[in-house]
Design a protein around this ligand. Structure first.
Ligand code: SF4
Length: 234
């Protein structure tokens, strides 16, 4: 699906997408069973490892605390007990509860209703919630809401700057660049973000392993490095 949707589009960002897909295979992101689980994961993900987020989600499920209405009504100390493993225990439980209240107020807790609105309106709502920045908002839109918006994170910026696609880390600028070049297809946007993450974690690391890189021939940094003239872009 993600591959077919690229059609005949010829663009360096397409070529890199296809090489990454061939190299790493489909990533099947986001690792969640429901859109609500995507949201909870996105809210808890800040400054912690994913395994801790998974543990917090397991705790909430085991305690019967895994729907918007129940979390919105739960006392903070109870929530804290279950999500503590995900860190920031003073802020994350309160943010989670406030976000669920927002879902109830806006759409009665029904996510299909919540996401069945213009993207700009939903994004503004998301960004107005405590602890939700552009990356979290767009992750929720893309993976929970089914809206094709390109998610930008530090990995996207690192890889894109090294390849030479842009020379900035400004969120909207990087996002616009991808959205101008990559066809707006939900499966492709989901897959592309996941592939950039896996590439950044395994090969295009802070100290990149360019010799092992599937997109080296398309990367300005990789080519400079081969000629011994590269300065590492973190
Ligand atoms: S060639 Fe090196 S810097 Fe460029 S994308 Fe590959 S690992 Fe990253």
């Amino acid at each position: 699906m993600a591959r077919a949707a690229m059609g005949t589009w010829m663009d360096p960002m397409r070529a890199v997408y296809q090489r990454l897909l061939e190299a790493y295979g489909p990533q099947a992101w986001w690792p969640a069973e429901t859109p609500f689980e995507v949201i909870v994961g996105a809210l808890l993900m800040q400054q912690t490892a994913w395994r801790n987020v998974e543990a917090a989600i397991r705790n909430l499920k085991a305690a019967g605390l895994f729907d918007p209405a129940t979390i919105a009504a739960a006392h903070i100390p109870i929530l804290r007990k279950h999500v503590r493993v995900a860190g920031l225990f003073r802020t994350k439980p309160a943010r989670l509860k406030a976000f669920c209240r927002h879902l109830l107020e806006r759409a009665g807790g029904d996510l299909a209703t919540y996401f069945d609105r213009p993207v700009d309106e939903i994004r503004a709502d998301l960004l107005a919630q405590d602890g939700v920045g552009p990356e979290t908002a767009d992750s929720i839109l893309l993976y929970a809401g089914g809206h094709p918006v390109f998610v930008v994170d530090a990995y996207t910026v690192r890889i894109g700057r090294r390849i030479g696609w842009f020379h900035t880390d400004a969120y909207e600028t990087v996002q616009r660049r991808f959205e101008a070049h990559v066809p707006r297809d939900l499966a492709v946007y989901r897959e592309y973000h996941a592939l950039l993450v896996v590439h950044a974690k395994t090969v295009c690391r802070p100290t990149p392993r360019c010799d092992e890189c599937p997109v080296r021939t398309r990367c300005a940094f990789g080519r400079r490095r081969r000629r011994g003239r590269a300065r590492t872009i973190k």
